[in-house]
Ligand binder design. Structure first.
Ligand code: 9MR
Length: 472
């Protein structure tokens, strides 16, 4: 018998039933099959429930795991905000808490975006992972280019930690206190901190963080430490030594910026060896990049690899969970840093779940059923960004294999008084609530298996519900 997690969680204060809606463009439906640990609490549902109704965060919570995403604070509205709030139970500010972001000039602070993310998380019953306090990168110029004595440097570091951790005391669940301290060969990276203070900067930073917020879990975070290798062994030896010395350290963060086809075979074994030291392990920055364009075959492989990473975490009780480094391909660092690569996250740039999303569902105990392949042409509506009075919307018209269009018209009815002021890549007219957008001269043709996109700016007030778009 299938049971519905969603039904059972309706009584939980963590869950807001009204926001639990599937993404309209989901090509796959997932079904939750029940988890023994919570089975006693579940209310049997009369019939199988489409797990498009079961957000990832509920599947993860049923396994006692965190599922997080890095976010950009200014984007936490519209469809981006809806997905971030609905699917994830942890957030990490992608950049907003880095030193260059919060103190661009010495003594001048900007907490706007960091505060926005923490507020959003609290409003959505999410935990926040602070990122990051002591790093060699994204430091303000005044700090990076300054000349400091060791005593001054230590004071700067501990003051920064006291201020930032103190600001969010009691509100953040964890901090990446020290980020990326190692070279690939396991030697310490030569940084501002290491060069000025020696390896003990790590213990000093952790001690300062514990003093500023005794409740936050304190982590050291690094990349290329997912498998057993020289770098992860250096991290292992470091945290073992820190624990032996009584330095406050609660966990290690394995970033997991992975390349398609290169998930380390020793991932789970590596998580386990850190766990066996009595430490928590978090996968903190997962993405799996590929050469673009993405193909169905690459996306299928990516799905398998996302599933494998999540399964490795699920298998080790001290693995606290997995955070993806951006949930949508439109908010990923990969294309800028690795030209020609991308498609690294679980949602595409139009906020449609990719096969990788369903790999996560499977690893978290949901069941995925494959619907018949799509036919015909359809339109997907999304809000790209939203501000107090306006928003930018986007409509993508896609044709499945075997279908095509030589011209198109997309129509919808706004449900809350929204008004279009400007459109591009289409000619739009609006009569009261009714909107009609015809193709421009250059994009009427949508080939088999292809898509075209148009955008618009519009006003809104009160609420901004997404309409259903009809293609004619
Ligand atoms: O996602 C971040 C990106 O927007 C920044 O430009 C970049 C600068 O280094 O940092 C990215 O996040 C990094 C994270 O803070 C630490 N691990 C590596 C991530 C990717 O570079």
């Amino acid at each position: 018998m299938r049971t519905s997690l969603r039904t059972s969680l309706r009584s939980s204060p963590r869950t807001s039933p009204t926001t639990r809606r599937p993404s309209s463009g989901a090509r796959l439906a997932a079904l939750f099959t029940g988890v023994s640990a919570v089975a006693a609490l579940l209310v049997a549902a009369p019939a199988a429930q489409a797990a498009a109704d079961t957000p990832l965060r509920d599947l993860a919570a049923a396994r006692g795991k965190a599922i997080g995403t890095a976010v950009t604070g200014s984007k936490l509205t519209g469809t981006y905000g809806d997905i971030a709030g609905r699917e994830f139970n942890w957030l990490t500010p992608g950049n907003a808490m880095k030193w260059a972001s919060v103190e661009p000039s010495r003594g001048t602070f900007d907490w706007t975006e960091a505060d926005r993310i923490v507020d959003f998380a609290e409003a959505h019953d999410q935990d926040v992972r602070g990122h990051t306090l002591v790093w060699h990168s994204q430091n303000p110029d005044w700090l990076a280019n300054g000349t400091w004595t060791p005593a001054q440097l230590r004071q700067l570091m501990t003051d920064h930690i006291a201020l930032e951790v103190g600001r969010y005391k009691g509100r953040l669940a964890a901090w990446d206190v020290v980020n990326e301290p190692f070279n690939e060969d396991g030697t310490f990276r030569q940084t501002l901190w290491y060069n000025g203070l020696g390896a003990d900067y790590i213990a000093q930073a952790l001690t300062a963080a514990r003093a500023a917020d005794p409740a936050a879990k304190l982590y050291i975070n690094d990349y290329n430490v997912e498998g057993v290798n020289a770098k992860s062994t250096a991290l292992y030896n470091l945290v073992k030594d820190l624990k032996a010395r009584g330095v406050p350290i609660d966990g290690v963060g394995l970033q997991a910026h992975l390349i398609l086809g290169q998930v380390p075979a020793t991932f789970q074994q590596n998580i386990q060896r850190f766990a066996d030291l009595g430490l928590d392990v978090a996968v903190t920055e997962l993405d799996i990049r590929m050469q673009t364009p993405a193909t169905d075959a690459k996306l299928a492989q990516q799905r398998t690899e996302y599933e494998a990473v999540f399964k490795a975490c699920v298998a080790v009780s001290r693995c606290t969970g997995v955070t993806v480094w951006g949930f949508t391909d439109s908010d990923s660092w990969i294309p800028d840093t690795f030209p020609g690569e991308g498609a690294a996250t679980p949602y595409d740039a139009n906020y449609q779940p990719k096969p990788a999303y369903y790999g996560i569902v499977t690893a978290l105990g949901g069941t995925v059923t494959e619907p018949p392949p799509p036919t015909g042409c359809s339109a997907a509506y999304s809000v790209q960004s939203q501000w107090n009075t306006g928003f930018t919307g986007q409509v993508t018209i896609s044709c499945a294999a075997g279908s095509s269009l030589s011209s198109w018209r997309a129509t919808w009815t706004f449900g809350a008084g929204q008004r279009i002021s400007q459109a591009w890549n289409a000619t739009c007219t609006q009569t009261q609530a009714a909107v009609s957008c015809a193709n421009a001269s250059w994009n009427g043709s949508v080939p088999s298996g292809g898509s075209v996109t148009f955008g618009f700016n519009a006003s809104w007030s009160g609420s901004n519900p997404a309409p259903t778009v009809t293609l004619g």
